[in-house]
Design a protein around this ligand. Structure first.
Ligand code: SAH
Length: 233
């Protein structure tokens, strides 16, 4: 069973985009996952194919209409579709590796990409959309966010990553940022690879990596250590 992604967008040409290349692209060709980009405009009712309108209450910008989006969603995801329905949104819960893992273990995702000021609130409620943010900044549209989410999910699908172990040692997988990496040459502009890494002592190497990961996490992301403490009680 492969992961089925349906993306609702005003710019279907943005897909698969970067996901047509490299690991994700090969997996797409191999059928490990599928991607359907649906033009929201095809579900507009008028001659001009209007998808947005002015905000109730006034103010700048435009809002995507609930009725048009509902038709698009119902087409992509009829009742009984087991896939979660996501709305890319800066107001959403920040995407985490844990959520990415859950999604990768499921049947796929229906992803709505916002544009303009966003979408009518009634649509979010009526179709039970899960709002997902990729960080505390504002993009011009949900498409790059959807590509980010799918990239993170697809690399976890069975068979996509050549070396499965490297996935488990990644940043966040164990609640820590990853340790630094080195490769040849042995000396670069006067900087040597840390002695321990060329010692051949695997226990020492594992200890060093764990300590470096701890140090980095404490410096840069102390919030991750707090989360860990909460999780472990
Ligand atoms: N007025 C909105 C921002 C709209 S940006 C607000 O202040 O909350 C237009 C669209 O880009 C959004 O509907 C959403 O789909 C997408 N988008 C912007 N920033 C995003 C982010 N950090 N994460 C996920 N999607 C984002």
């Amino acid at each position: 069973m492969s992961f089925a992604a349906s993306v609702l967008t005003l710019y279907p040409e943005m897909f698969p985009g970067a996901l047509g290349l490299s690991l994700a692209g090969r997996a797409l060709e191999a059928g490990t996952w599928s991607l359907e980009a649906i033009q929201i405009r095809d579900f507009a009712a008028d001659r001009h194919r209007t998808v947005d309108d002015t905000p109730a209450g006034g103010g700048a910008g435009m809002v995507m209409r609930a009725d048009v989006l509902a038709k698009a969603i119902d087409h992509a995801s009829p009742p009984g579709d087991p896939r979660p329905r996501l709305l890319m949104s800066p107001r959403g819960r920040p995407l985490t590796q844990a959520r990415v893992r859950e999604l990768a273990a499921g049947p796929g995702a229906v992803i709505l990409c916002g544009r303009f000021e966003g979408v009518d609130q009634r649509l979010i409620e009526a179709r039970g959309l899960e709002e997902v943010s990729i960080g505390d900044f504002i993009l011009s549209g949900g498409e790059p966010a959807a590509l980010v989410l799918l990239d993170a999910v697809v690399r976890l699908l069975p068979g996509v990553m050549g070396n499965a172990v490297s996935g488990e040692e990644e940043s966040f997988e164990n609640g820590l940022l990853e340790h630094p990496h080195y490769t040849r040459p042995q000396e670069f502009e006067g900087r040597a690879i840390p002695e321990v890494l060329i010692s051949g002592n695997h226990r020492k190497i594992a200890e060093w990596r764990r300590a470096e990961a701890m140090k980095l996490t404490r410096e840069r992301r102390p919030d991750l250590l707090d989360n860990e403490r909460v999780k472990n009680g």
